[in-house]
Design a protein around this ligand. Structure first.
Ligand SMILES: C[S@@+](CC[C@H](N)C(=O)[O-])C[C@H]1O[C@@H](n2cnc3c(N)ncnc32)[C@H](O)[C@@H]1O
Length: 222
């Protein structure tokens, strides 16, 4: 079993790792040999969207996923607190010798088209009336950043939908994306609609978490 990174940060501003984060770690561990084979002999560009505490990006770096030939890790979050936490997690887990760039970005806007080999996203997936506005920088109530981490608008899918709609321009030819869903996101319907658009979509792991069922799907080109 691969080790879990040690994380310590201010959970009043940054999403605290919980069942969804750990499911993502388990799913990525399960996919390790698939990813090793897929990206053998090539330098991989790995991007986590919404790293929060940095637990997932640090797990990827710590365990050399997809492989040990050197990868470039990008951690993109809208929240400055998440970026700070991710850099801190890298330090705490002795991963300073991995190449990590943390970037404040609204989703993948800062990425070069078709350059990402491995995309990982645990999105704000909780259904809500709307996706909260981004807090202004002089905002005192830091907890607004937590709402942004959780609330995904209609069906909890507003943010995820934006990423799925852009997947074709985000991923490289060989690219793979792992995206987490809760049952209320209707993931099987989403998967079917992506299949109809030419994607190969597979459920790689799911788990009951309290009254919620969480699942992770893998997206690759057909
Ligand atoms: C559910 S948390 C996941 C945190 C971490 N990856 C984990 O698994 O524990 C979602 C993350 O997405 C970030 N986020 C929300 N909306 C975003 C956007 N439009 N662009 C970039 N990141 C966003 C939040 O700040 C938060 O860090």
């Amino acid at each position: 079993m691969l080790p879990t990174p040690y994380i310590k940060c201010d959970y009043e501003t940054v999403y605290e790792p919980c069942e969804d984060s750990f499911l993502l770690l388990d799913g990525l561990e399960q996919e390790q040999s698939f990813l090793q084979t897929r990206f053998r002999n090539q330098l991989a560009i790995v991007c986590e969207l919404g790293p929060g505490s940095g637990i997932v990006t640090t797990f990827l770096m710590q365990n050399d996923i997809p492989h040990g030939n050197g990868s470039i890790y990008l951690a993109l979050d809208i929240s400055p607190w998440a970026l700070e936490a991710t850099q801190d997690a890298q330090r705490r887990n002795d991963c300073q010798n991995r190449y990590l760039s943390v970037i404040q970005s609204d989703l993948t806007k800062c990425l070069r088209q078709n350059s990402t080999d491995l995309l990982v996203f645990n999105p704000p997936y909780v259904p809500a009336e709307q996706v909260p506005d981004r807090p202004s920088s002089n905002e005192n109530d830091k907890s607004q950043w937590l709402d942004l981490a959780l609330l995904g608008g209609e069906d909890g899918m507003v943010i995820t939908r934006q990423v799925l709609d852009q997947l074709d321009t985000i991923l490289s030819q060989q690219g793979v994306a792992y995206i987490l869903f809760c049952a209320r996101n209707k993931p099987e319907q989403v998967a079917e609609s992506m299949r109809q658009q030419g994607w190969k979509v597979d459920l790689i792991i799911n788990r009951k978490a309290g009254w919620e069922v969480l699942s992770i799907y893998r997206f690759i080109r057909q």
